[in-house]
Every structure is written in C-alpha cells, then in structure tokens.
Design a protein around this ligand. Structure first.
Ligand SMILES: CC1=N[C@H](C(=O)O)[C@@H](O)CN1
Length: 268
C-alpha cells in the first residue's frame, strides 16, 4: 500500500455526518439509480453494508460519466467511487482501491445472426474494416488494443446506452462491456436485431485470459478510510454475506473475488 498520510479526515467527517458522497456512472448492475431515484447495484449495496457497519448510515450518489469517476474523486466531488471499477496498476497510481468485491468477464454484442462471425477481440483485430464501440475510460479499450485491434477501429462513446445505439445505427459492428452490463443493456434495448455472442472467447493479455476484479476506490490520502472499509469487507467475505448481497444483481459463487487483493492487482 501507500504510505499513510494522516492529513485527511474524510473518514471522521463521514462518521460524524452519518453520510458519505459516492460517485457512480449509472451502470447496471454495478451502480445505478432506479426509476424512482434510489441508488442501488452490486457495488452500492456492498458499500452500503460495509459503511453501515462502520457507522456511516447513508450514501449520497453523485452521478458522473465513467471516465470522470477518478477525476471527480480527486476533485472531492465525492469521497468514494462505488461503481464496480476494476483494479489495475494504472488506476492504482491515482486512487487507492479497497480489496475486490467481485470478479467478472467480458462480452460482445453484434447484429442478429452475427454476420461478421465475431467470437473474440482477435476476430475484430483480424479485419481492420470492423469497428467496435466502447465506453470512454473503460478497461475494454486497453484489452482491445492489447488484442491487436487498431485505435481507428475503436469508437469511444460516453456511456453504454450510446454504444448500443451505435450498433443499432450500424456505426459499429460490435459493442463490448462486461457480461452483466451487456446483458442489462440488451434487456433494456429489447431489440430483436441485436444479439449477444454466446460463444465468446475471453481476451488475453500477456498470454493469459483476463478477468476483471471490481472494488471501491478512495483518494490516496484516505488510506485510513480504505483500511477500515477493507476490514468490514473481509468480514462479509468470511461470513458469506457478500454472496447474499451480490446475488440479487445476478452474481453467483463463480463471481466471488476469492482471495484476490488490491495489492496483487495494482502490481505491488
Ligand atoms: C464495472 C466496469 N468495469 C470496467 C472498468 O473498470 O473499466 C468497464 O467495463 C466499465 N465498468
């Protein structure tokens, strides 16, 4: 971890006030607002359970684009990112991740019948005429580049519904995001002209199949907050409560984070 820096009182302030502001990007099933305005999702409910055990009863959601989550945290627009963001070395230079709360794979959607016969990122790389839509700031950008997909093949969009729209309009041949998000977006699009590629091969980076591990993220000087969060999260893992929190959002035992840690994923 980072050297402790005790100049921050974010944790004490949150405890005193009984609430904390959290950043989210409206990505179902990780963190989203329901039609009646309630903040929920896998990452939100894990954080809610952890924070309540820490004596912080309420979370106020601050909606922002995915690519603005890290800048927004650093600018103190909110104090925790609860968006299921994957831990990686690059992001870990900017924020302090809690330990992972779930793990997940990637998915691809195409036009009905899969006209280009796309089953992997490598299939996209093999034909430079093909275009794929990805959310700005999302990890899939990196996976695509590492799979040999050209920068000019990647159409970045501000959010996932815009990626689906690009596919519907024929501006791209495919869209990619994590499996649960892709499913949620297809379910809400209700478009029989689109389909999820069921026989999709997970991308490989450095010779091994990638798997994303999502976690809450804190500012670098909020190590005490992060450590206290980790302590309660560990108890939820130990007791099996974590899985119970994840289940309503479609996650199973397969998606538990196991003994993976933020340190391992940060390249430390
Ligand atoms: C939950 C999530 N994970 C990936 C990421 O962290 O970049 C992206 O797929 C965006 N959303």
């Amino acid at each position: 971890g980072e050297p402790a820096n005790n100049t921050s009182n974010t944790l004490e302030k949150a405890k005193q006030q009984g609430f904390v502001a959290v950043g989210f990007a409206n990505e179902k099933p990780y963190a989203y607002a329901t039609p009646d305005g309630k903040l929920t999702g896998e990452a939100v409910e894990v954080a809610r359970a952890v924070l309540q055990r820490m004596g912080i009863a309420e979370m106020n959601g601050v909606l922002t684009e995915f690519s603005s989550l890290i800048p927004g945290l650093k600018a103190e627009r909110f104090d925790i990112i609860t968006a299921g963001m994957f831990i990686n070395p690059q992001r870990s230079k900017e924020v302090s991740f809690a330990n992972p709360e779930y793990s997940i794979g990637e998915a691809l959607a195409v036009k009905k019948g899969n006209p280009q016969k796309l089953h992997s990122y490598k299939d996209l790389a093999a034909n430079k005429e093909l275009k794929v839509a990805v959310m700005t700031g999302a990890i899939e950008n990196e996976y695509l580049i590492k799979s040999g997909v050209g920068k000019e093949q990647i159409v970045t969009v501000p959010d996932q519904p815009s990626a689906i729209s690009a596919l519907q309009a024929g501006r791209v041949h495919a869209v990619t995001m994590t499996g649960p998000s892709l499913q949620a977006n297809l379910d809400s699009a209700k478009d029989a002209e689109l389909e999820r590629v069921m026989d999709f091969t997970q991308p490989e980076v450095d010779g091994s199949s990638v798997r994303g591990y999502g976690a809450a993220a804190f500012r670098k000087d909020d190590t005490a907050f992060r450590d206290a969060f980790n302590a309660e999260l560990a108890k939820l893992k130990q007791s099996g409560e974590l899985l119970e929190i994840l289940k309503p959002f479609g996650f199973t035992e397969q998606e538990l984070p196991g003994d993976m840690t933020a340190d391992k994923l940060s390249g430390e």
